[in-house]
Design a binder for this molecule. Sequence first.
Ligand SMILES: [Zn+2]
Ligand SMILES: [Zn+2]
Length: 236
Amino acid sequence: MSLIKYFLWLIFPKRCACCNRVIERYQNVCEECSTKLEKNKKICVKCGSDKRYCICKFRTYHFKGCVGPFDKNDETMQVIHHFKDDDNCDVAEFLAEEMMPTINEYYSDVKFDGVCAVPSHWTKKFYKGYNHSELLANKIAYSMNLNYYNNLYKKRKTQIQHKLKPQERYENVKDAYGCKPLYGCKNILLIDDIKTTGATLDECSRQIMFAGAENVYCATSILNNSKSCNVQRKHI
Ligand SMILES: [Zn+2]
Ligand SMILES: [Zn+2]
């Protein structure tokens, strides 16, 4: 660690991505939180659900797969809260690091041609200064030595997805996104922070395929694999 970095660390100590308490500089989360962050175990790569609640029989998506390291619980959602609402961009480093082994494990036989991120509306990005999914996607693209394509864009504002019923989520995002042509890209890795019903990822995948890509594979930091979420999805 350089002297400047050391002094910066003294002034701005590193904080746990989950509970925000001060941690050692080599850590991303404190020891207590690291045991509470629930990891996904057996997921169906195709629909991104816990294998016990796989919904492939009930729904098909435009994307080929969806994977992610964490399940949704209070602690993992606290990390997302620090990332999105508290503007703690250091959390992106932690989430991207956690996503990488999952991507490498499940998509080991896929040769990606580039990375895209689920976009926010330009007004939101303008006021916030960044798009959180883009931060994750940039870090992942850099680690995988792939191009990041800023081709996806949001055409209109949408309602907040988690406040809507499953069917409403699909209607909410329908034709809300667009994608500039992706020349020579067969396989695209699409990044977002969290997957619940998969409606946003599905719509973005559809647009990416319109733009010329053959296959879209998704990766998010959290997969909401709660049984209730998947039971609801069966009725879509
Ligand atoms: Zn903690
Ligand atoms: Zn499935």
